[in-house]
Structures are given as structure tokens and as C-alpha cells.
Design a protein around this ligand. Structure first.
Ligand code: NAD
Length: 511
């Protein structure tokens, strides 16, 4: 191990957690905070948590003896690595990097745990910028398995190696990202929030519906609005503003006026008792309703159904319908027609209620006034909800047929507004798109994108894995449909994604 002595600056939530990891990794660790009471509290937290780990047999008792505290920055002299976890203020951090350079000398690697300040700008404040690297831990550091190591413009190989080595010694999965807005993980996770806010803004669905759709349809543990409430809506707005500033106005990352309105109204989320949800109701009342249990698969009773179209989704729906007891027809005559991916040039068979997949177009753009639109994402084994949409002209019996059909296939039905990809498709396809932009721009590798999203943000699968499940053609169809509908730059397809779809290649293989 290259690092015999680790310094941690800032004894708050993150600093204390990082110091705990240092001691647990067997490294002599010095914790510093300029506020004596913060230092005392932080060190007490580290000792208490280490004692717990000793009791559980996760670390030996000697880990407790590895912690030292320093009331002044000078106490960090002689450290091989210093990780800074001070407040997220650019000037304060720049001053720290200047002072740490003076105290520690030219051999010490200086790392920052910043989540939004360009590491490049902090490296510039240090005397040896090549020794500066980002070590982005996730909250709470002792529990979250991911460490995102950030290579600033100036970061040298030695600094990168030390950060990766220490991360591994702390038991973390490490990924490497280049410097830029949100680095790799928070950047690739942005669309989960931005597109949910767009769906809400357009009144495609309510925030409760969007959260339910993401949980039941996408397998996300929490919906975007629950998460925004947890993180703080003011924090989310500040992050969006910082992305916009750092990217000189990238349209995908712009804040949404809904965020500004919530902040103006003082509805900041859990911490203020109210956000998108209400948290100060009677204790026995949960802030959101329980999710419905999907119906059992079955009840097709030999009804003749034609599921037409090519692609992963059409195949998966045919298989599910067969399991549910339907008599599958190749075309007319049928009692129900499901267009699950015909090209715009192909027409579904007439003479029966039509359920039409809304991927490349909204239902209104299909020229089928009586039809019902639907959207859902493979793999169907993990999908428990289908989104449905109707036009003012949709026949009631078609709407009833849609609910009955998808119910027998084991899906909860959620009625939403009309748009390509509807709610979940828009969010997930933009997650894939953002990942493709990031990979194409060299911010990180496809594997690191997926490791970051699953371990850092608890997504059910990474964006690259989603793209394999859904098929790049479907992703591109939804994004092009959104672009066609809104004519907004935010829905432009990433060059790498377009190329991979044209080559019928994996995102990583099209580089
Ligand atoms: N909390 C998170 O979820 C999270 C996740 C990833 C990264 N981060 C980043 O980690 C850093 C710390 O965040 P936190 O949540 O632990 O904050 P915190 O407020 O809990 O702790 C910050 C600590 O820094 C101390 N401090 C104040 N001025 C200082 C100075 N000049 N020098 C050294 N220490 C000083 C404070 O006394 C406090 O104890 C920030 O850069 C933040 O963006 C936070």
C-alpha cells in the first residue's frame, strides 16, 4: 500500500465516513476540522461506527487505534494522501488546496470529494496540480459501494493510481470519470429527474403517477419525485443551475420552472415537511399510497389476438399473450389487434379494436382516431405496469379492451397523456442518450456508466444494459419521435447512439 498515512479534511457527514473507511482499511488516519465541536463530533462518530464494525467482525480492534485528530491543518503534514470533504464552496476549497500544498509538500496526493465543483479548477490552486484528483464518495460512504475517481485536466498517473488503490483498499468498486458537469454518475443520472419534470410540466401524468410508473414499470426503487423530496428540491435546483452554467446552457440540463416555483413556495421536500409529497400528516398515514399488486397472468380464454410488428417488445408481448391463453393470429381476422412495432409504412389489420405502441409517434400522429396507445419497456419479467393513452375520439370499448388485455398479461394499467415513449420511455431513452453522449465524449466507459448508475444511484440496471434490453432502434425511435414532436435540441440523438443503431452494434462497440 502506497498510502501509510491518510488525512481527511472536514469532519461532517462525508469526512467522518471517509475517515472510518480509512481506519477500516488499516491506514493511519488523521481527521481535521477547523470547528472544535465538529471535529469532536466527527471523531466520536467514526469511533462509534468502527466499534460497531468491530462487534460485527468486519474489522479488527486495531482499526480503532488508527484514528487521530488534528485541530489545525498543519497536523496533516506527512500524509501521503489527503481527502478534502469541506463545504461545497469553490473559494473555500481553492484556499484549502493552496494551504494543503504548503503544509504537505510536493509528494502528497490531494483529493477532493466535491460533487459539483470542477476538479480542474481546484487543481489549479494547488502547487503541484498533477497531484490533485477527485475522489467522489457517495452518501453514506461506509455503506455505498461506489467510488468515482475523477481525472482533472492536470491529474497525473500517480495521483490516479493512488486514488484507485486506496478506493479498492476501502472495499469500493472504483470507476474513472473525466472532469465535467456531474462527472459520470450524476451526469448520467440527470434525465431521471429532468424528463420526469417535463412529463409533469406537460401534465402527461401527476407526480404520484410518474413515481408509480418508474417503480412498477421500470423497477426503480424510488420514483424521481420521492427522490427529489429526499435530496431537497432547492439542492436539485442548484445542481441543475450548476450543470447549465458549466455547460454554457446545454438544453438537456436546464432547470425546470417547476423546481423554481417549489423553492419559491418553500416546499423544499422532506426537510421542510412538504415537497411534492406531504410529510407532516398523521404518523400512521404514509406520504404515498401503496403500489397496487399486478394481476396474475391468465384469462385469455382462447380469444383471437393479432400482435403485429417486429422487435424485442413485440416478441415478448406475443410470448406473454400465449402464456395468458390467447389464440395468436398473424393478422385479420382477430378480435383485438396490437401493433407492437410496425414501421410507419405498414398498416395494422383493420376490423378490431387497435392498441398501438407509441414509440416513434404520439397516438395523435398515427391517424387512428379510435385506437388506444400504449408503451412499456422490456424486459417484461421486470415490468409490472403498462402506460395507456387515449384520444378524445378513442372508442370506449377499445379502452376497456386495452385494460382487459394488459390486465390478463399481468400489468397494472396507468392512463397518461399522449407522447412518444410516454413517461417511462422518455426517461429511460434519455438515460440511454445521456450515457451515449458521455461515452462518446470520453467521460467514462460503458461498463463504468452501468457500475455508476447501479451502485451510485441504485438504478435497477445501467443505461447501457437498458439499451441492450430495449434495442437501440426502439431508443432512437422514441428520441426521434420526441424531437419531431417538440423540435427541441434536448431530444437530439447522441452521435454515438445514432451510429451504434445504424451499425446494429452495442454502444461500446460503436466507439
Ligand atoms: N452529503 C452528501 O450527500 C455528499 C455526497 C457526495 C459528496 N459530497 C461533498 O462532500 C463535501 C462535504 O459534504 P458534507 O455533506 O460532509 O458536508 P457537512 O456540512 O456535513 O461537513 C462539512 C464539514 O466541513 C467543515 N468545515 C467548514 N469549513 C472548513 C474548512 N475551511 N476546512 C475544513 N473543514 C471545514 C465543517 O465544520 C463540517 O464539519 C462537499 O464538497 C459535498 O459536496 C456530499
Amino acid at each position: 500500500m502506497t498510502v501509510g498515512r491518510l488525512g481527511v479534511v472536514g469532519a461532517g457527514t462525508m469526512g467522518a465516513g471517509i475517515a472510518q473507511l480509512g481506519c477500516a482499511a488499516g491506514i493511519a488516519t488523521v481527521l481535521h476540522d477547523p470547528l472544535p465541536e465538529a471535529l469532536e463530533r466527527g471523531a466520536a462518530n467514526v469511533r462509534r461506527e468502527l466499534e460497531r464494525w468491530v462487534e460485527k467482525g468486519r474489522v479488527g480492534e486495531d482499526a480503532l487505534g488508527l484514528l487521530d485528530t488534528a485541530a489545525s491543518l498543519d497536523g496533516l503534514a506527512g500524509c501521503d494522501l489527503v481527502i478534502e470533504a469541506a463545504p461545497e464552496l469553490p473559494d473555500l476549497k481553492r484556499d484549502l488546496f493552496r494551504d494543503l500544498s504548503r503544509v504537505c509538500g510536493s509528494e502528497t496526493i490531494l483529493a477532493t470529494n466535491t460533487s459539483s465543483i470542477p476538479v480542474t479548477s481546484l487543481a489549479s490552486a494547488a502547487e503541484s496540480p498533477e497531484n490533485v484528483v477527485g475522489m467522489h464518495f457517495f452518501n453514506p460512504p461506509p455503506l455505498m459501494r461506489l467510488l468515482e475517481v475523477i481525472r482533472a485536466y492536470q491529474t497525473g498517473e500517480r495521483a490516479l493510481d493512488v486514488a484507485l488503490e486506496v478506493g479498492a483498499a476501502m472495499g469500493k468498486e472504483t470507476i474513472v470519470a473525466s472532469d465535467g458537469p456531474g462527472f459520470l454518475v450524476n451526469r448520467c443520472g440527470r434525465p431521471f429527474y429532468t424528463e420526469a419534470l417535463r412529463s409533469l410540466q406537460e401534465r402527461l401524468a401527476t407526480h404520484e403517477q410518474i413515481d408509480r410508473i418508474c417503480r412498477l414499470g421500470g423497477g426503480f426503487r424510488m420514483g424521481p419525485f420521492e427522490l427529489m423530496d429526499l435530496v431537497g428540491i432547492d439542492v436539485g435546483l442548484a445542481v441543475a443551475q450548476s450543470f447549465t452554467e458549466l455547460s454554457f446552457g446545454e438544453p438537456r440540463w436546464r432547470p425546470n420552472p417547476i423546481q423554481a416555483r417549489m423553492v419559491a413556495a418553500g416546499r423544499l421536500g422532506r426537510k421542510s415537511g412538504r415537497g411534492y409529497y406531504d410529510y407532516d400528516g398523521p404518523d400512521e398515514q404514509p406520504y404515498r399510497a401503496e403500489d397496487p399488486e399486478p394481476p396474475a397472468v391468465g384469462g385469455g380464454e382462447g380469444m383471437a389476438v393479432a400482435i403485429v410488428g417486429d422487435g424485442v417488445l413485440a416478441d415478448a408481448l406475443r410470448e406473454r399473450a400465449r402464456t395468458a391463453g390467447y389464440d395468436l393470429k398473424a393478422g385479420a381476422p382477430a378480435e383485438l389487434v396490437v401493433d407492437a412495432g410496425l414501421t410507419p409504412a405498414e398498416r395494422p389489420p383493420a376490423g378490431a379494436p387497435l392498441l398501438a405502441l407509441c414509440a416513434d409517434r404520439a397516438l395523435a400522429a398515427r391517424g387512428e382516431p379510435g385506437a388506444v396507445g400504449f408503451h412499456l419497456l422490456p424486459p417484461l419479467a421486470d415490468c409490472r405496469l403498462v402506460e395507456l393513452t387515449r384520444l378524445p375520439t378513442t372508442q370506449t370499448f377499445a379502452a376497456e379492451a386495452a385494460e382487459r388485455f394488459f390486465g390478463t398479461l399481468g400489468f397494472v394499467c396507468e392512463w397518461v397523456g399522449d407522447a412518444p415513449g410516454m413517461v417511462l420511455g422518455r426517461s429511460v431513452c434519455q438515460l440511454v442518450n445521456e450515457a451515449a453522449f458521455a461515452i462518446g465524449e470520453g467521460v467514462g466507459s460503458p461498463d463504468d456508466v452501468d457500475t455508476g448508475l447501479t451502485l451510485g444511484l441504485n438504478h435497477p440496471r445501467g443505461a447501457v444494459a437498458w439499451s441492450r434490453e430495449i434495442g437501440l432502434d426502439h431508443v432512437v425511435a422514441v428520441l426521434d419521435g420526441l424531437w419531431e414532436t417538440y423540435r427541441e435540441e434536448r431530444y437530439r440523438v447522441a452521435p454515438l447512439l445514432r451510429r451504434a443503431a445504424l451499425l446494429d452494434a452495442d454502444l461500446g462497440a460503436a466507439l
